[in-house]
Design a protein around this ligand. Structure first.
Ligand code: CP
Length: 336
């Protein structure tokens, strides 16, 4: 029996598979379609809010001729028990292992969004919810953002970089810049972007205030990926130094994993991407996964100009996911 494929991290596909998915995404965007509708049953389950992900996931399934059903854990389902060994004599009604098994019988491919829940980072980073679905559903699971990664976002970002700078991104100078935000945000997007940029062979600079490091394991994987792809990774703590020469700047806020929920202090509000910061780049294109806090993370004047790639990134969620779905449903496993 073929191994069940899951997509929980940018590393869950080989370079050849990634190239196939991205090439197919561009073909689908240009109007190509599978010779026959794939007619698979696709689902998504959200433990957290979403605009782009839920819409683009459903649209991607439609492009391939699949049906798609979206569930919101907080509204559509029984209260879920996350511990498969719990004595369920409290408020929770349905155990995650049963829910995963049931949904696996209905769907040939299931996307799941499960943000960190404020538990210790060493526990969060094991992605207990996503892995429970991967281990117990018997179907292919795609992360629609977990604690560690947002791999569909970074596939779309990779596609967007290719469209902007050409197919070969080796040596493209890209910066990932931390920005202040009134809330402490997850690390999944910056983790996946850093790793994806390294896999693409970019010359990546990660610039953040001291103490706002990415997870050490992800950073090590990013450095390793860059070594293999011929890219470079540098971490610095000075905005001017970090942005110098950048052709693309990915702006993102993230929290400190050891201090879940604690926002950054107001002294760091100067970590914003405005016209002055843009002037330090090499006429960079501006990237952000959205939603963005305008005039806090990024100036409106940049977001509303042709320097912004944010709407391309959002649209490319659809096409990148369609390429991924087609890969998983035809090459990754059989169609259910
Ligand atoms: N970028 C992104 O994942 O957006 P949503 O949270 O709205 O899905």
């Amino acid at each position: 029996m073929a191994m069940m494929r899951h997509f929980l991290s940018p590393l869950d596909v080989t370079p050849d598979e990634r190239n196939w998915i991205l090439r197919r995404a561009l073909e689908l965007k240009a109007g190509a379609r599978p010779p026959q509708p794939l007619a698979a049953r696709v689902g998504s389950l959200f433990f957290n809010p979403s605009l782009r992900t839920r819409v683009s996931w459903e649209q991607a399934a439609g492009v391939l001729g699949c049906s798609c059903q979206t569930l919101n854990a907080g509204a559509d389902m029984w209260t879920m028990e996350m511990d498969p060994h719990a004595v369920m004599d409290g408020a929770t009604v349905e155990c995650i292992s049963d829910a995963a098994g049931v949904l696996g019988r209905y769907f040939g491919l299931l996307g799941v969004r499960a943000f960190p829940q404020g538990k210790p980072w060493e526990e969060e980073k094991t992605e207990p919810i996503l892995n429970a679905f991967a281990e117990r559903s018997g179907t292919s699971i795609v992360s629609l953002e977990g604690a560690m990664h947002h791999p569909c976002q970074s596939l779309a970002d990779h596609l967007t970089l290719k469209e902007s700078f050409g197919d070969n991104l080796k040596g493209s100078k890209v910066a990932l810049m931390w920005a202040w935000h009134p809330k402490s945000l997850p690390l999944a997007v910056p983790h996946s972007f850093a790793l994806q940029a390294a896999l693409a062979g970019c010359d990546l600079t990660i610039v953040h205030p001291e103490g706002w490091d990415l997870d050490a394991e992800v950073l090590a994987q990013t450095r390793e990926a860059a070594q293999e792809s011929g890219g470079e990774v540098r971490v610095c703590h000075e905005v001017e130094d970090g942005l110098k020469g950048a052709k693309a700047v990915y702006v993102k806020s993230w929290g400190r994993p050891q201090l879940p929920g604690e926002p950054a202090p107001p002294e760091l509000r100067s970590w914003t991407f405005g016209e002055d910061q843009w002037a330090q780049t090499d006429e960079a294109r501006v990237m952000h996964c959205l939603p963005v806090r305008r005039n806090v993370e990024i100036a409106s004047s940049l977001l509303d100009s042709d320097r912004s790639l944010t709407l391309d990134e959002a649209e490319n969620r659809l096409w990148a996911q369609a390429g991924l779905m087609e890969f998983l449903l035809t090459q990754g496993r059989g169609v259910k």
